[in-house]
Design a protein around this ligand. Structure first.
Ligand SMILES: *Cc1c(COP(=O)(O)O)cnc(C)c1O
Length: 382
């Protein structure tokens, strides 16, 4: 393989059209550029419909969404919150900022979502919440999580930052826990630049989310604050982009499905790897194309694959690193599916997983080139 000099194919690019531009200009010209304006309510209502849920509260980003959800649920110092070790750092940071103690659970093999068996082993009488991260667009087995926590008062929060539009047993993610959080960062399935959302079916939690998002100001008395709140508001400018993305959700989804199925056609025959691993009960959302090397003695390290792809101007991402290894998180409990300390499946998956270019802008010829490169890399190394 010769290396070539061409423009690097990125892992993700936002899918923006004339509609986003039109709405953005409309919001700017209205003068309502902060967090009051007609697009905010429209975006929240439209997103609640999209998730088949009663309420949606927009926020500045997905990390704030998690922080606000925890605060609204009353999570704080002395509480334990069970989270997966294999996730983006924001899930753990939000728990720390709430003052609660994270407890890390190992994941399921292949799909990498939090393992119900590990959650069952991690529950104590201090457990206040569990955060189910729908990792790389694949839903968590929510019925099993609900069965573990039923009658315990433990709050279930979905971190759906990577899974807009995914279905779990024909139900929309974002409607399956007490609360769910979303991100609209530029590389997510739906974007507003920066932005986030919290969804819930509970009227009391909804009230609490709105109160805390806006400095906990008494709705009936201006500048009277009943508790310590936040400024986690989204701007009308961002909501305008969000409204356009919502209107185009099906179009974007169809383009993503085209990309994913072309990769699957080209790579599903390779027995060294599994592409977009999933379970029969899940209809994952196509966020990032995932390839997971099957365990074998002749594994090519993900780093080698990445370096080779980069030589040919193709960017890729390694899987997340298990969080319990990182300095601020090393002192907390880690529990595997048998109840032992550690997260062996997360460790292994983290080394074997890679995300490939996944944007709707990819042309069919790009995907052909990427898959051929990959096949070459594996042929040479096995
Ligand atoms: C992106 C992401 C977040 C954080 O969202 P931001 O909008 O970037 O703050 C939280 N959790 C997961 C799993 C994510 O992928």
């Amino acid at each position: 393989m010769k290396s070539e000099h061409r423009k690097m194919i990125p892992v993700m690019e936002p899918d923006l059209s004339q509609l986003e531009e039109d709405y953005l200009l409309e919001s700017m010209r209205s003068g309502w550029i902060s967090s009051i304006g007609t697009f905010i309510g429209k975006f929240e209502e439209g997103f609640a419909d999209f998730c088949d849920v009663s309420y949606a509260v927009s926020v500045s980003n997905g990390t704030c969404a998690l922080h606000l959800a925890l605060a609204a649920a009353g999570v704080g110092p002395g509480d334990e919150v069970i989270i997966p070790s294999l996730t983006f750092i924001a899930t753990a940071a939000a728990v720390r900022h709430s003052g609660a103690t994270p407890v890390f659970a190992d994941c399921e093999k292949d799909i990498g979502t939090i393992a119900p068996a590990a959650v069952a082993n991690a529950v104590t009488n201090k457990t206040k919440a569990v955060i189910c991260v729908h990792l790389y667009g694949h839903p968590v087995d929510m019925d099993q999580i609900q069965a573990i926590v039923s009658d315990t008062g433990v709050i279930v929060i979905e971190d759906a930052a990577e899974a807009h539009g995914a279905l779990y047993k024909d139900r929309r993610i974002g409607s399956l826990g007490n609360l769910a959080t979303f991100s609209f960062y530029g590389n997510k399935i739906m974007t507003t630049g920066e932005g986030g959302m919290v969804t819930t079916n509970c009227p009391n939690l909804h009230q609490k989310l709105r109160l805390l998002r806006d400095h906990a100001m008494d709705p009936n008395r201006r500048y009277w604050h009943t508790e310590v709140g936040f400024n986690f508001r989204l701007t009308n400018l961002q909501a305008a982009i969000g409204c356009a993305q919502l209107e185009r959700a099906q179009e974007i989804r169809a383009a993503k499905d085209r990309v994913f199925s072309q990769y699957e056609t080209k790579l599903s025959q390779r027995n060294e790897l599994t592409i977009n691993p999933s379970r029969p009960w899940a209809a994952p959302s196509p966020w990032l194309v995932c390839i997971v090397q099957n365990t074998s003695s002749s594994e090519v390290s993900a780093k080698v694959v990445q370096d080779q792809l980069r030589l040919h101007s193709v960017d890729s991402r390694p899987y997340f690193i298990p969080i319990h290894h990182m300095p601020p998180y090393q002192d907390f409990k880690v529990v595997d599916q048998e109840g032992r300390p550690g997260a062996p499946i997360s460790e292994s998956l983290s080394l074997r997983g890679l995300n490939l270019p996944s944007s709707t802008k990819l042309e069919s010829a790009d995907i052909d080139r990427i898959t051929e490169l990959l096949c070459d890399i594996f042929d040479k190394n096995f």
